[in-house]
Design a protein. Sequence first.
Length: 630
Amino acid sequence: MKKLSLMIISLLLALIPQSVLALEAFNISSYDIDMKANLDNSYSITEVLEVDFSEQRHGIIRSIPLKTNGGKRAEVKSVSVPGHNFETYREGGNLNIKIGDADTFAAQKQKYTILYEYEIGYDYLDDMDELYFNLIGTQWDCFIDNVKFRIEMPSAFDSEKLNFTYGTEGSKDSEAVKYSVDGNIITGKLSTKLEPYEALTVALPLEEGYFSEAHKKTTPADIVQKYYMAILPAITALGAFFWFRKGRSKPFVQTVEFYAPEGVTPADAGFIIDNSVDPMDITSLIIYWADRGYIEIEEHTEKKLLSSKKTFTLHKLSDISADAKSYEKTMFESLFDEFGDGTRVTTEELEYKFYKVMNAVKEMVRSSWQDDPDRRVYKRINLLISFTLMLLSILTAFLGFIPAINTAFADTFGITAVLAFMSSVGAMFPVWMLIYFISRNRYREKKLGYFAGLIMLTALSLMAWALALYLSNTQNSAIPLALALAGSAALGAMASMCDGRTETGNEFYGRMLGFREFLQTAEKDRINMLVEENPHYFYSTLPYAMVLGVTDRWAKNFESIITQPPDWYRTDGYGGTFNTILFANSISNSMNSFNSVMSTPKPQSTSSSGGSIGGGFSGGGSGGGGGSSW
């Protein structure tokens, strides 16, 4: 009987979610937020928390992010906690407010009033301002009940654009938020309890210039000193040493793979292979979902006098799997529920609108790998190293132009410095573009457009260097300039190759390269065996071939094996006999059309923000954070 009881208890514990077992030693029975927005895009915030401790604790630690939703730095100032001892310190990208006394335990029911200023400042959005703020962030590992809020805006706004969302990160739920607007004041409450790691977010697009006192911060120009030409090789050598020690990846093992690693979507594969999330990585999910039976793709061709235009309709066949990635759910639900009618959506309904979701999904793909230390693929220091090497590249070219220009403007060193900088950018920009172009297309299909771009950028680079060297030769400075330009190009190339990977990253990268190698060089016997095991093998691997840049070679391997089109793609463009090469080219062109529609903003908009237009989503704003006990 005793053994049976223990078995029952163990079974019940196993059924309890780990997030519940790991809950904090308190819950928040009441959470009031009073926030006053200021014209300089800063926020005076008062939070009143009523905390119920389930274990003895000295107090709580309130953690506030020091980075906005747009990625720029935020400042937290004027912190106070009336009636309690507290200290502040920075940790893990947050400002932590540690409240309580190490010699005293907090009461079982404790009330905390936390006041602080959250400064965002200039938002760098070109066509709008916005209030996009996590009133409660996703970092609270406890239940939060009785949430109330009051937001005072500095001037009038369009209340029709106001939206609140709550839930886990990416959620668009809003029905439990009850609010009212009286002049410039928004008051409301949440009629449901927030579970651990759930947020409450306000999203309000505002007209450009609403925060009229938020100005760009300018930094003083660096003091230019006189450099000796002997330092140019030293800078290049320093950059090379830095790259060899920190910027490049350690050796990895390339394995033989017939499938992508388990749990890796085509979007994940695109990020793993080149440390970026491209539009094709995201739109490849359309093919991925179609092969899994979630959607059907219908292509329409509108023929005009001298051209034709393709449009598409996506038909929802079933809900996406419950174990799909969070970014898959966000994109899938946005396609059909936000932009479509719930069961279908056309490219006309997505045009100039969906790009905000695309940007958010790109960041979610990247974050799904990089924000988890155990899953991280690329080292976080890569960006710093790449940025440093690019600065050294600019500096090297700049120093190379100083001697020639300074001969003519020796008495006006300020003009010399400005002209040297402009000349260095003019001479190196096409070279940097060439390096970037080659790097970005490393794992893409090499078609006519690629070679045309390569020839054009190479020609521009040679012309810029020839002109610069010719002009500098008139001042007897061609040799130091040639040395500087070569060093600058080498540093720029190293900056583009800062792909230092973690051990986990090396494992995934080796497997993805092995899979890509198989897609390019697979033997007929092996392909026939795989098709016998899985008749849909070609269509299951096609989205991966697209993001890995081997679509044509992969399709050619199936030219005589696959003779029927997939049942999830309807089009009148096949013509006669089905051919995998023609189909793969057609589907690639179709996805490029999708890219254009889904990732392009309105022509007059130049904003690059993943901001609050479209209603935002829970946890996507600035501020928020969470807390813990101590």
